[in-house]
Ligand binder design. Structure first.
Ligand code: C2E
Ligand code: MN
Ligand code: MN
Length: 403
């Protein structure tokens, strides 16, 4: 199958521009032997390359490029399949945009094309090329330093750990994970994550119960979450809890239960954030909306969890107008290398800025993910890069510091 990859990268500082011509000649030999064609553009700082060829060959070549230290901040812009090659001439020419005048440069590039349609059809690959040639997208290039530029220094405040209150004989517990603002070195919230008797994920634990019991358990477990939070001394912090939307609907007087338990454990509603995902159809719409109103009226904040995962959708955003959204871990993963993920995060940020909703990136594991997100305008982060969840406690946070 004929596959296409387009990427953009930044030329590493230690590569002499003069040497590029020779490098391109060498790379060409490899491309030729793999049956890979395309075009390579250079604008003085950035490369833009279209690679076309058999699927396996394209992947092999692209993997090599990803490993190549001469490319820095490599971002995959497009991965697609096509019926024909746009630049099918054997070998891959290096096209230096600086050597052409602005008015004719696009035509000069297109003249190298071999597709019979030229730019007459709405071909995404050719649109990407036009955008790069006209340098219309530069404000979206976030150049981040290598991961080694930062050190993650573990807080001198030791981790906090608490015994589970003895009076509670439940066979579940909670781990807590901080949500932080790394640049101001501030913990902004603690999320309570349910754990089974052996400290494992809540998924299997929930699966053991009938649906009816499961909603009740989801709600009633929050009593323990509040009790533990109280013992962890969360004064001045918000506490985030997870609830299935239907737990608010199926359990009678669910919001009253929460409000009572919040007060009974020395907390205030303004301190609580309820995170919901739309992971099942919200079937009793009116009752759900009324629970949401009741939560808001009591001063509790709302967050949409796993945003962008497919389950928590845009309609839910319009409908409940949350205070926060948490971008799903699958979108965060390797965001610094993926054009599509970057475009999604930027759209989420734009939308949330227009609605005054704050954005949290969840599941951040790599320094590069954090740096890219911070450059794009995300301020709040959760993930093992900074602090993993800790059973009935709070891990010390590893704060980033420039070396
Ligand atoms: P979630 O609310 O999106 O919680 C974040 C999950 O990501 C947690 O998984 C956490 O341990 C994990 N995580 C945090 N940082 C990282 C990271 O850097 N990398 C990776 N790979 N994972 C990270 P966990 O604890 O297994 O919980 C899974 C899900 O179960 C939660 O996802 C939440 O939706 C649900 N859940 C947890 N507690 C409750 C609860 O009390 N009620 C309900 N209804 N759902 C809950
Ligand atoms: Mn959550
Ligand atoms: Mn999640």
């Amino acid at each position: 199958m004929l596959s296409t990859i387009i990427y953009r990268s930044h030329l590493s500082d230690d590569v002499a521009i003069k040497s590029l011509e020779a490098l391109a000649v060498k790379a060409n030999k490899v491309n030729e032997s793999f049956g890979v064609t395309g075009i390579l553009l250079f604008n003085g700082t950035h490369f833009f390359q279209v690679l076309e060829g058999p699927d396996a060959a394209i992947n092999k070549i692209y993997d090599r490029i990803c490993e190549d230290p001469r490319h820095h901040n490599l971002v995959e812009l497009l991965r697609d399949y096509a019926p024909f090659r746009r630049f099918g001439n054997v070998g891959m020419e290096l096209f230096d945009l600086r050597e052409h005048d602005k008015a004719t440069v696009l035509q000069a590039v297109l003249d190298k094309g071999t597709s019979k349609y030229q730019l007459t059809y709405e071909d995404r690959a050719l649109q990407f090329l036009r955008t790069f040639v006209e340098s219309r997208e530069k404000e979206n290039y976030f150049e981040i330093p290598p991961a080694s530029a930062w050190e993650f220094i573990v807080d001198d405040q030791p981790a906090i750990e608490r015994e589970i209150p003895l009076s509670i004989a439940e066979n579940y517990s909670f781990a807590f994970q901080p949500i932080i603002d790394p640049l101001s070195q501030r913990i902004v919230s603690l999320e309570a994550l349910m754990r089974n008797a052996t400290g494992g994920s809540p998924r299997e634990f929930f699966a053991q119960h009938s649906q009816e019991a499961f909603y009740r358990l989801d709600l009633e477990s929050k009593k323990l979450a509040f009790a533990l939070a109280n013992r962890l001394d969360v004064q001045g912090l918000t506490l985030s809890i997870n609830l299935l939307p239907m737990s608010l609907v199926m359990v009678p007087n669910a919001v009253d239960f929460l409000l009572n338990e919040i007060a009974a454990n020395g907390l205030v509603p303004e301190q609580i954030v309820v995170e919901v995902t739309e992971n099942e159809v919200i079937s009793r719409a009116e009752e759900f909306d009324s629970a949401i109103k009741q939560l808001k009226a009591a001063g509790i904040s709302l967050a949409i969890d796993d945003f962008g995962a497919g389950s928590a959708g845009l309609l839910l955003l319009a409908r409940i107008q949350p205070d926060k959204i948490k971008i799903d871990r699958d979108i965060i993963c390797d965001v610094h290398k993926s054009g599509p993920k970057q475009a999604i995060v930027q759209a989420i940020l734009k939308c949330c800025s227009a609605l005054e909703i704050s954005v949290i990136a969840s599941g951040v594991e790599k320094p590069e993910e954090w740096m890219w997100l911070e450059a794009a305008g995300v301020c709040y982060f959760q993930g093992s890069l900074f602090a993993p969840p800790k059973l009935t406690g709070i891990s010390a946070v590893a704060w980033p510091e420039l070396k």
